[in-house]
Design a binder for this molecule. Structure first.
Ligand SMILES: C=C(O[C@@H]1C=C(C(=O)O)C=C[C@H]1O)C(=O)O
Length: 363
């Protein structure tokens, strides 16, 4: 240990030098982004600053080039924040999300846009759509499917009613914790608050560890966390954002029954997104109610070898067509192969709405 101080000093000196370099380089990068903003605004008063396809390309490139020892996702997260700060220099992006504050949807919004985005909680999914449609915010973030609980119908229905499209997706690993306040009697927990979906995702764990505690469903995990603050015999199941927001501690961590529990969120907006190189397209199709309709719809995808990633059916509310199909597939609408399929589907369908082509989630 005798040479430790010398080593430590020289290593810290090297870190200082490197930080000086990093600082200079980030500043230079920010200056470039500011100049990009000038180019974008030239002759265009309604210039769009946020470019999802470019951001996806930047992050993918960083992950490819990353030499370690930090892992690719960790490195991309750091660059995500650098880009977020650079974009804020051009114009801070304003995002509405399904609130309240402290929910997984807020976590998804910040994961996608970075911490420099201004995020505003909305009380319901259709309010998020309305805020974007009214131009009060640039984008919206809503959950669309969970790996254990399935699709979130409310989001699909909102797409049927609104003119909004999709300009991105983000997938979040959902970790639930059993949270308590400083004042909670940890050995006397008799009541647990959470969102019904979170209860469903932690059912086995709860049956094993808290079979006798009363489970009280509330409107969100963040609301569960808020209630715990005032009750000495209660706990909440919620995620990290809610724990941080209400100053709760984890009595048990990662209590979800399935370790791969994740939720997919969509970024909604009304901006067409150019190709990023790895894209997805989402469409809604109404078919005539006749035998073989579903086969007719799927056949062109099969023939053009397009990789379908999701197919959901929803009852149509217009009364004329019995069902509409929500389809996600790999590829961008500007690719000839995809354009050909969309044209064929348009001819076969009663109605086709292209919700958008957007970069596949990177982080
Ligand atoms: C700098 C740009 O604007 C924004 C900031 C980006 C960045 O910091 O790399 C990337 C895309 C845009 O969201 C750009 O379009 O290149």
């Amino acid at each position: 240990m005798s040479d430790a101080p010398i080593n430590l000093d020289s290593l810290r000196q090297r870190i200082d030098e490197l930080d000086t370099d990093i600082l200079r380089l980030i500043s230079e990068r920010a200056e470039c982004a500011r100049r990009v903003a000038e180019v974008k605004t030239q002759g265009d008063p309604k210039a769009v600053f946020y470019r999802p396809e470019r951001e996806a390309q930047v992050l993918r490139r960083i992950m490819e080039l990353n030499p370690g020892p930090l892992d690719g996702e960790e490195m991309a997260r750091l660059f995500r924040e650098i880009m977020s700060a650079c974009l804020a220099l051009e114009q801070p992006v304003k995002v509405a999300y399904l609130g309240p504050e402290g929910t997984f949807t807020q976590q998804a919004a910040l994961k996608h846009f970075g911490e420099s985005a201004v995020s505003l909680p909305m009380a319901a999914i259709d309010e998020v759509f309305r805020e974007v449609e009214a131009g009060a915010v640039n984008y919206g973030v809503v959950p669309v499917e969970n790996s254990t609980e399935g699709v979130i119908n409310h989001t699909l229905d909102s797409f049927m009613d609104s003119g909004m499209g999709i300009c991105g997706e983000v997938v979040l690993r959902i970790h639930h914790h059993l949270l308590v306040a400083d004042t909670t009697r940890r050995d006397k927990v008799s009541r647990i608050y959470s969102h019904p979906q979170s209860f469903a995702q932690c059912r086995k764990w709860l049956d094993a560890h808290y079979p006798h505690a009363e489970r009280i469903p509330v409107s969100s995990n963040a609301e569960a966390a808020r209630l715990v603050k005032t009750e000495w015999h209660s706990a909440a199941i919620a995620g990290d954002m809610a724990a941080k927001l209400y100053g709760l501690t984890r009595l048990a961590e990662k209590i979800e029954d399935r370790p791969d529990n994740s939720t997919r969120f969509l970024i909604i907006g009304n901006q067409p997104v150019p190709m990023s190189g790895e894209d997805k397209t989402s469409i809604v199709v109404a078919m005539r109610n006749q035998p073989g309709a579903l086969h007719d719809l799927l056949e062109p995808f099969h023939r053009h070898q397009i990789d379908m990633t999701r197919l959901e059916t929803r009852p149509s509310r217009s009364g004329v067509w019995n069902y509409v199909f929500f389809i996600d597939f790999k590829g961008h609408r500007d690719e000839p192969r995809v354009a050909a399929v969309l044209e064929e589907v348009r001819l076969r369908a009663a109605e086709l709405k292209i919700l958008g082509s957007y970069p596949q989630g990177v982080l």
